[in-house]
Design a protein around this ligand. Sequence first.
Ligand code: AHR
Length: 662
Amino acid sequence: MLNLNPLIALGLSAVLSTSAMAATATIEVQADHPAVTINSAMWGIFFEDINFGADGGLYAELVKNRGFEFPDPMMGWFRLSPSLAKGQLSIHADNPFNAANPHYLRIESEAAAPFGVANEGFRGMGVRRGETYNFSAEIRRINGAASFKIELYGADGSLLDSVSLKECPANWTRQTAVLHPKDTDPKAKLYLLVEGKGGFDIDLVSLCPEKTWKNRPAGLRADMVQLLADLKPGFMRFPGGCIVEGTDLARRYQWKKTLGPVEERPLLVNRWNYEFLHRPAPDYFQSFGLGFFEFFQLCEDIGAQPLPILNCGMACQFNSAELCPLVQLDPFIQDALDLIEFANGPVTSGWGAKRAAMGHPEPFNMKMMGVGNEQWGSEYVERYARFAKVLKEQHPEIALIAAAGPSPDDERFKFLWSKLRALKADVIDEHCYATPDWFLKNTHRYDDYDRNGPKVFMGEYAAQSQYTLSPKNRNNLECALAEAAYLTGLERNADVVRLASYAPLFAHAEAWQWTPDLIWVNNLSVVATPNYYVQQLFSRNRGDQVLPTTLKLAQEPAAGSSNAIPTLFASATWESAPRGIILKVVNAGAASADAEIRLEGAGSVGLGSRAILLTGDSPAALNSFEQPKNVVPVESAISDVSNHFQHWFPAHSMTVIRVPVK
Ligand code: AHR
């Protein structure tokens, strides 16, 4: 029987007619045997500043290299020489407005016509008509009586807005102005012009939309954060990823350097600037406008538990593999202790006081922390053990996440699991970038995991439509469903797998290094991928306890086809409020499945049942900036639910059935 509303049925008619013969299955849910409690933070997100995820992405600042601190201080800036204009640009470092941000730009105009520079932003600046953009810069007049103009131009060269500063004294002064672009433009540019004869020194230039997430000045892009909030993530892992490790230790992520006034957060080259020769990004740096305080604040805003990952004294083992000698590890461990105090300590503590001074006297209630990212070998075990000894003694309340290397099943992985099990690690962080088939074949991976050993954090995973690191990987429906199938296995084993996050999270469509990614953005828009909706279907339909679920095919694969890749998957959970059963069924195959669903021991069910269906017209289906809603969940009421009922699962689909129980 088809339980579809007419709209969905219309949309699926093509799938029906081209499907191969329908498979028939029985899905049995033991509704009166809630097995294990699911971690309320189970489904989370992984943030790393990769693909212009922070600067040029989540961090709403539109000016690139605003402090002239890039190794090429003029990167991102261009000389403007309209006819009749004459002048000089130079970079200086004497008597800066802030010694922590020493370089600044001098513009000297020698004619009446406006002379100056333009900033190109991050592949342009996305501005919207009708919205307000706040400009600020540190400026001092060095000579002459010229005026200082700030202008915004569209990609086609049209003037979007222009403002002249009223007074510019001879000492460093923070100047502000407000711009209202007369048109929307994804690739606007900011012009700084000196009109008349005279010179100015300029530093820390900023242009930010007034409309940010929670309207915080120089805050985060509201549309990007909204998508995160809509996931209802249980936790947020930050700041990565390999970025934690650094190419070498000098370039590792150091959280203490990401606090305080933004001009005092030392710029650091982003490791994804040069990591991939096929996707170089020479203008990719970390300004840390999105720093650790902002990460904690973001977690709080979206209801996600903070899960920071710290460097454990090891640089990226794919790069330099530099090690901090064990005898010099204390400062790294101290960083972890200080972070706990920063996040959770009272305002009377040193780091708690710093948090309070930043405007957050209440603790951030951090409960977990990662020691190292994607490390391996005995070098890691030795370092992890040192961290764990100190942290467990002083902070037994913090769950420690240990690394299991870059692969889900190689020798490095096995070695680490055996050592970390012996060390009684709390949680082990598994990473998996693999083909869709790998995910489909491994949904029973955790069925046999030791229930008494460390728990699992599936900390990075994504199905790769081509192969890992291929620039041709796509966030298509096939990959999303392979992940969904895999997640039914995680859900069934929620006593072992306590946390899971897809990686990476964001990618700028014109500035990415790694694909696939959960959310694609450009300077004005966001696109949630089919993979995003899979995450959302799990996190928003989590349930509190796992219900034992079995799936039986009417026709088991023929003998000799034991390598056949399974296509139908199911898991179920119990939700206490409102009381009900949540059944998730993934049909990754090319044939629809008409399944009998048996809700054993459920009592009185039926009224108010709903189905949420995620599907598309082919496994290759994608969402794009042009068609962002091509593959989205569609919800409909289903009327004929009872303790035993039939439901039709279209080819290439994921369905969540919510059955209220009296
Ligand atoms: O998610 C992208 C990268 O994949 C992460 O930085 C790293 O941990 C893994 O290798």
